[in-house]
Ligand binder design. Structure first.
Ligand code: PRX
Length: 644
């Protein structure tokens, strides 16, 4: 079947599922559209507030405030409030380590106790309300514990994904001027170890704000501890006071900063605040994943990305869910690891990325057939467009044809899910994220700023503020305005292309800016280029994302070397290593093409569109009349043979 033919098929919610679904009445869309503020206020009331707000929304584009005057604490909502509702003995986290059989569970009471102690540890290290704390940890329970401890005392956390290099960690620490860093000796993943403490030491050579480092002993690997600066987590915890009441935070106090790639080299410090964000992730978790009291919920993302923040930590825990947290990779120690986890822990809800689904698809169904996946009742997808064939495969082979699939579109900036099916009422079409969540107003604009009504394609926008919206870029309000609001005034520019079909369903077509999406990881072309030109042999580099069957996009780098250097395999390896060192392993180019020239406009701007088409082997390169030197195309074609 071709992709087009697959697209025609539609999937109404299975009857049995629909009958028990958390949302059964499609009237909710209209109700939310009629009075979005009342709708969101109603949702906010599911949370615990120390004091209710005076005003639901204050919108002075692009500045937004939700639940103005309300007092709330995210950690209290994820812990104390759950215990108060009788979930003290309920399992909050089932942790599964890199090695099979290495598991640990924490009830809500146990998690609360750990968080309170660690909050006191942070206080004893001088962390006060408003002081950012950097966290660089593997996928271990100490990661959500550290986050919730920060939230408890009102210290914004800045989690840095464990695969980031020392250099990236340093930049992120310096941008928010954290005084405390929480890390581990090393992080095991797929049988390999990332030297987190050694990376931290290197980062801290040039990160003067950090006064204290807390180190979790995860593997027992030998690490050097700096006297007076570095402390073992377990030693500080052993002496910590067990009680730490949650601070009454303002609804608009910062909950966290999370760095994400933009279209320029410097990562953006995306700022999320407390009341609106929590309302958004709490409600979307409940409705999109149709969470039930006894569900075992597994989101396979790393907490170092926004998906983990919103849908491993704050969304599920504020709903009192049992969350499975996995440290490892799908292929270790064997290619059936995920299916083994689902079977052993009786997972009911699985939320993952298309890239993983496509990788499994390539392996065939033998691994799946070895396991009993009958506990699954809902499947989710996030991070990149899911092609209809992968959707179908996921539905049929993982979900046994009985589980609704929710394809959820959102971004680090949006905080929570924005366009998605509601599994009990939405008829899905493979490849479409379907409709905006109730209370979310998505639209499509053309480049000139005209709204495209009905069917059509253009740039995806959000027309009204929503509760989980980013509030600004940390210490860079100017860039916040320029990136998201300059293009269309008081309408949010998402940076994605989209098409709306005859039923009003949205089909996301991918980024319209210089951001690449590799396996659901956002990488900026400018960042990779700047890492490459940091190598002494490189004169110039242009980086593009080429369509890739498995990872969605793959990074291809066109490199001009300084005179005298040879573009061979060894050099390509060295350059990949350079990118790994400067950014992290996930940003290494799949292919490096050495070339004597690059396609540029007369004003010297690199025409990446041409490179993209060339790398995909397309004959038609589009309009090449603006090239300063049209003969460069032939040179590049000739050099495509010299790829490494
Ligand atoms: O291009 C869109 C793609 O991922 C981008 C956001 O990346 P990030 O901030 O890292 O957050 C990822 C997890 C929310 C978007 O601009 N994207 C995300 N989900 C989808 C998607 N593209 C198509 N369909 C999706 N469901």
């Amino acid at each position: 079947m071709t992709e087009e033919q697959t697209r025609v098929r539609t999937y109404p919610p299975p009857e049995e599922f629909a009958a028990r679904a958390n949302v059964r009445d499609a009237g909710i869309y209209e109700e939310a559209a009629r009075d979005p503020e009342a709708f969101w206020a109603g949702r906010a009331r599911r949370l615990h507030w120390f004091r209710e707000w005076d005003e639901v929304l204050r919108w002075d584009p692009p500045e937004v405030q939700w639940f103005v005057g309300g007092k709330i604490n995210a950690s209290y909502n994820c812990l104390d409030y759950q215990v108060e509702q009788g979930r003290g003995e309920k399992t909050a986290i089932i942790w599964e380590g890199d090695e099979p059989g290495d598991t640990r569970t924490l009830t809500y009471s146990e998690l609360k106790a750990e968080v309170e102690k660690f909050a006191n540890v942070l206080k004893s290290l001088g962390v006060r309300r408003g002081d950012p704390v950097s966290i660089y940890l593997p996928m271990i329970p100490e990661l959500p514990i550290a986050m919730l401890a920060c939230a408890r005392i009102g210290a914004p956390h800045s989690v840095v994904f464990g695969a980031f290099s020392a250099n990236s960690l340093r930049d992120r620490i310096n941008d928010c001027e954290a005084r405390v860093l929480v890390t581990a000796d090393s992080g095991p993943r797929g049988g390999k170890r990332t030297p987190l403490k050694a990376n931290s030491d290197e980062a801290l050579e040039d990160a003067p704000s950090v006064e204290n480092v807390v180190v979790v002993r995860r593997t027992g690997d030998d690490v050097s501890m700096v006297e007076g600066r570095d402390h073992w987590w377990h030693e500080l915890m052993a002496g910590a006071d067990p009680e730490c009441p949650a601070e009454e935070m303002d609804s608009e106090d910062i909950l966290y900063i999370l760095y994400s790639s933009g279209s320029t080299g410097k990562p953006k410090g995306i700022v999320h605040t407390t009341g609106g964000y929590l309302t958004h992730v709490n409600t979307t978790t409940d409705w999109v994943f149709d969470l039930k009291e006894d569900d075992i919920y597994w989101c396979t993302a790393d907490i170092g990305w926004v998906t983990g923040h919103s849908y491993i930590v704050y969304g599920p825990l504020s709903n009192g869910a049992t969350v499975l947290m996995f440290e490892g990779t799908p292929a270790y120690p064997a290619s059936d690891r995920w299916w083994d986890i689902i079977e052993r822990h009786r997972v009911n809800i699985l939320y993952t990325a298309p890239t993983a689904i496509r990788a499994f698809m390539k392996q065939g169904t033998a691994d799946i057939e070895k396991h009993d996946l009958s506990s699954l009742r809902l499947l989710g997808s996030v991070g990149e467009p899911i092609n209809p064939r992968a959707w179908e495969w996921y539905h049929e082979h993982v979900g046994g044809g009985r589980c609704p699939v929710v394809d959820t579109w959102w971004q680090t900036e949006t905080g929570g899910i924005m366009i998605t099916p509601l599994p009990g009422i939405t008829t899905t079409k493979p490849g479409s994220a379907t409709r905006p969540f109730p209370g979310i107003f998505a639209g499509i604009y053309d480049d000139a700023g005209n709204e495209i009504e009905g069917e059509g394609s253009g740039n995806l926008v959000i027309k009204r503020p929503w509760p989980g919206m980013l509030r600004t870029l940390y210490k860079d309000p100017q860039r916040y305005r320029e990136t998201y609001w300059e293009k269309y005034g008081d309408v949010y520019f998402a940076g994605d292309g989209a098409r709306r079909d005859e039923d009003g369903y949205f089909w996301i077509t991918g980024r319209v800016d210089d951001v690449i999406n590799v396996s659901g990881h956002r990488i900026s072309t400018a960042e990779v280029e700047s890492a490459l030109v940091g190598h002494p042999s490189v004169a110039e580099a242009a980086v593009i994302g080429r369509h890739d069957e498995e990872t969605g996009q793959a990074i291809v780098a066109y490199v001009i070397l300084e005179g005298g250097h040879e573009g061979n395999d060894e050099m390509a390896q060295e350059l990949r290593q350079q990118v790994r060192k400067v950014i992290g392993a996930h940003a290494r180019p799949q292919e490096i093409i050495f070339t004597p020239d690059l396609p540029k406009t007369r004003s010297g701007k690199i025409m990446r569109r041409i490179l993209r088409r060339l790398s995909e082997g397309q004959e038609d390169l589009g309009d090449t009349t603006t090239l300063a030197d049209p003969s460069v195309v032939e040179t590049l074609r000739a050099h495509a043979g010299g790829r490494s």
